[in-house]
Design a protein around this ligand. Structure first.
Ligand code: S3P
Length: 171
C-alpha cells in the first residue's frame, strides 16, 4: 500500500539540483505529511531572500540561520522536510535532523545536477559567476557527508513518482 508508511518525519538532503523540493512536494502529498521547506522557513524567519542574505551578511550568517531554522522545528507529528544542499556541513545539523526523523539522501550524478542547475539564478553557490570546477569541487567535498544519511536513493534518469514510490516503500 503506497499510503502506508511509518510515522516518521522524512528529511531530504542532497546537492543543489537533486530535486529535493520537487520530490518533497510529491512525497508530502502522497504520504499525507505536511511539507516544510527549510530555505523558505529561513526566508520567512529572516525577512530576506537567500541571495540577499549571502550578499549582505555572508555565507556564515546563512549557515547560522539554517541551524536556527532547523532547531526551531519542534514537530510532534511527522512532516516532510526539504533542506538546502549545504545543511550537511555542520555536525550539529545532523543531530537536529536525526532528532526529527529519517535522513534521506537524494543522489544524482554531476551530469544530472549540472543539467538542472543551468540558468539557476537564486542559488548563490551555483550562480553564473562560479566556475563549473568550483561547483564540482563543492559536490565532491559534500558527497561523503550526504552518505551519512540513513537512506540513499538514486534519482538519475528517474521520474519523480518512481523516486517517491521507492522512498515510501523503504521507510
Ligand atoms: C545551498 C543550497 C540552496 C540554499 C543556499 C545554499 C548550498 O538550497 O540553501 O543557496 O550550500 O548548497 P538548494 O539545495 O535547495 O538549492
Amino acid at each position: 500500500n503506497m499510503c502506508k508508511t511509518s510515522e516518521k518525519t522524512l528529511v531530504l538532503v542532497g546537492f543543489m539540483g537533486a530535486g529535493k523540493s520537487t520530490i518533497a512536494r510529491v512525497l508530502a502529498k502522497l504520504s499525507g505529511r505536511p511539507l516544510v521547506d527549510l530555505d523558505a522557513l529561513i526566508v520567512q524567519q529572516q525577512g530576506c531572500t537567500i541571495p540577499t542574505i549571502f550578499a549582505d551578511q555572508g555565507e556564515d550568517s546563512f549557515r547560522r540561520y539554517e541551524t536556527e531554522a532547523l532547531r526551531s522545528l519542534n514537530e510532534t507529528t511527522p512532516i516532510v522536510l526539504a533542506t538546502g544542499g549545504g545543511i550537511v556541513g555542520r555536525q550539529e545539523n545532523w543531530q537536529l535532523m536525526r532528532r526529527l526523523g529519517l535522513v534521506i539522501y537524494l543522489r544524482a550524478s554531476w551530469e544530472t545536477l549540472r543539467a538542472r542547475l543551468v540558468g539557476s539564478s537564486d542559488r548563490p553557490l551555483a550562480s553564473s559567476d562560479r566556475s563549473e570546477a568550483d561547483i564540482v569541487n563543492l559536490l565532491q567535498q559534500r558527497v561523503p557527508l550526504y552518505e551519512q544519511a540513513d537512506l540513499i536513493i538514486d534519482t538519475d534518469g528517474r521520474e519523480v513518482e518512481d523516486v517517491v514510490h521507492e522512498i515510501m516503500t523503504r521507510v
